[in-house]
Design a protein around this ligand. Structure first.
Ligand code: CUA
Length: 302
């Protein structure tokens, strides 16, 4: 704000002088050629020194703020590791032992410190309404400035990858879910449980597909099952997430069915489509009842 008001004063002085001079010395009928001059040492020194002084003064709060932002997070900060993948975000809470994807749960009123990494190419982590963007660089750990979501502003904040990272860059989104400390603790507790076992016949069929013909386990983890691959998002509590495909659509049964049928239609370029064997060989594809059972099983993973 300090710099904003300094800029407002400079703007008014410069534009005011410009408009005054344009009117005061405008060309009038009968004017001959104006007096021709070349150079004015005093004015040139003045208009070099004045901006230099203004910039030197503005540098003080700028640099101080930059140093503050890059300082160590406070002791009570919540630590999160965010890892960029083509094209989704992995979130790990080392102190809570939680791994999830595309939805960053944070308690309101508590400082949050996010470290940023990448598994493949350069991504950029951006929550426009909360904190400025910082790159996620392979083989290098960056840190987002520590942020706090105010106690009176719980809710959902949209996040977006802000660095062109391939086909589905524009659809590499995430959500920040800011909730009360109690809600956050409950969420952590739920996330620490293994994936809910199938409880209906339909869900059992979905589970069998997940670890069998569907080959979903080749890329995904569901804790408590033999599916332990880290290539794609952890699905242990997929049913508790609000969106799917990294924030592309709401996590409804209909959208999930569309996604399982042809993820590429919802998210062109997604690696799920090109990797899953079922999409290479149409005869191996999932039929409608198989999709229905997978939806029942995955939605049950609260
Ligand atoms: Cu990741 Cu753009």
């Amino acid at each position: 704000m300090w710099i904003f008001w300094a800029a407002v004063i400079v703007f008014i002085v410069v534009e005011g002088a410009l408009i005054y001079i344009v009117f005061r010395y405008r060309r009038r009928p009968g004017d001959g050629l104006p007096k021709q001059t070349h150079g004015n040492t005093k004015i040139e020194i003045a208009w070099t020194l004045a901006p230099a002084i203004v910039l030197a003064v503005v540098a003080v709060p700028t640099v101080t703020t930059l140093i503050d932002l890059s300082g160590a997070p406070p002791d009570n900060a919540l630590h999160v590791r965010a890892i960029g993948h083509q094209w989704w975000f992995e979130f790990e809470y080392p102190e809570q032992g939680v791994t999830t994807a595309n939805e960053l749960h944070v308690p309101v009123g508590r400082p949050v410190s996010v470290t940023l990494e990448s598994k493949d190419v350069i991504h950029s982590f951006w929550i426009p309404k909360v904190v400025g963007k910082v790159d996620m660089v392979p083989n290098h750990v960056n840190r987002l400035p520590t942020f706090i979501i105010p106690e009176d502003s719980p809710g959902m904040y949209l996040g977006q990858c802000a660095e062109l990272c391939g086909t589905a860059h524009a659809l590499m989104k995430f959500r920040v879910i800011a909730e009360t400390t109690e809600e956050f603790e409950n969420w952590v507790q739920l996330q620490n449980e293994p994936g809910k076992p199938p409880s209906t016949e339909l869900q059992q069929m979905g589970y069998d597909l997940f670890i069998g013909k569907g080959s979903c386990l080749a890329c995904h983890t569901i804790e408590g099952t033999i599916a332990q691959s880290k290539t794609g998002p952890d699905l242990t509590h997929f049913g508790s997430r609000t969106s799917l495909g990294a924030g592309v659509v709401e996590n409804t049964p209909d959208n999930l069915a569309l996604w399982l049928d042809h993820p590429d239609n919802l998210k062109p370029g997604t690696i799920m489509a090109s990797n899953a064997i079922i999409y290479r060989d149409p005869s191996q594809g999932l039929n409608d009842s198989e999709i229905e059972s997978l939806v029942a099983y995955l939605k049950g993973l609260k």
